[in-house]
Design a binder for this molecule. Structure first.
Ligand code: DX5
Ligand code: ZN
Length: 225
């Protein structure tokens, strides 16, 4: 049976009370804290960096999942590892040497992942599967919370699930498959049925007053997949 994980994105949290927001969403049942790093260069928005990650780490009693939407990538890897990141993912288009960047993440003691934009083909994964702990499929174009799930992502989830299952059959290594953008109670079961096991949810969680109620509803949906 698949162990599903829910990763609330603090991009939609109250930035004036971030520590409290992280504590509250962990108490509400978050499995990971998703930390969206935007640089106003790779994506048209600007959020937070390693200093904020380090400040929030004591409030995150679960692993911190750092999604780098920055260009270039390599300089920030060690900074985020030092700031307490447990997982670091980046977009292959944003770095010149994807294999090297993945190695830097592993050498820094973190789990490593690649993020595929809606238009990025899945074959960028093929030559680096042995370096990956996670694949993150964007189901919106990166840069903003609160966008609508792009339905074609379901086809891509099935395609990448097959690739990861074949890799696991060969090597015994399981790579997590995370989906990010427009995930809510109404569609999480469909996304899981397509083959995802880790679900980022920003506005769906932080847009409601009761985080536990939303996460419980998501888990109830996942239980019927
Ligand atoms: C978008 C970010 C997402 C975003 C998801 O670039 O990577 O993590 O916060 O937000 P929702 O769940 O609102 O689509
Ligand atoms: Zn993200």
């Amino acid at each position: 049976m698949t162990a599903y994980r829910i990763a609330p994105s603090i991009l939609s949290a109250d930035f004036a009370r971030l520590g409290e927001e992280v504590s509250n969403v962990v108490a509400a049942g978050a499995d990971l804290i998703h930390f969206d790093v935007m640089d106003n260069h790779y994506v048209p928005n600007l959020t937070f960096g390693p200093m904020v990650c380090a400040a929030l780490k004591p409030y995150a009693a679960v692993p911190v999942d750092v999604h780098l939407m920055v260009e270039p990538v390599d300089d920030l890897i060690q900074s985020f590892a030092n700031a307490g990141a447990d997982i670091i993912t980046f977009h292959p288009e944003a770095g010149r040497h994807v294999d090297r960047s993945l190695s830097l993440i592993k050498d820094a003691g973190c789990q490593a992942g690649l993020v595929l934009n809606p238009a990025t083909p899945a074959n960028v994964l093929e030559n680096v599967l042995h370096r990956l702990d996670m694949v993150l499929l964007m189901s919106v174009n990166p840069g903003f919370g609160g966008q609508s799930f792009i339905p074609h992502t379901l086809t891509k989830i099935r395609q990448v699930r097959a690739l990861l299952d074949a890799f696991e059959a060969q090597t015994g290594k399981r790579i997590a498959l995370e989906v990010d953008g427009g995930i809510k109670v109404e569609n999480i079961a469909e996304v899981a049925a397509a083959g995802a096991d880790t679900f980022v949810a920003g506005s769906a969680v932080f847009g409601q007053p009761d985080y536990k109620a939303v996460i419980d509803k998501m888990r109830a949906e996942l239980a019927r997949v």
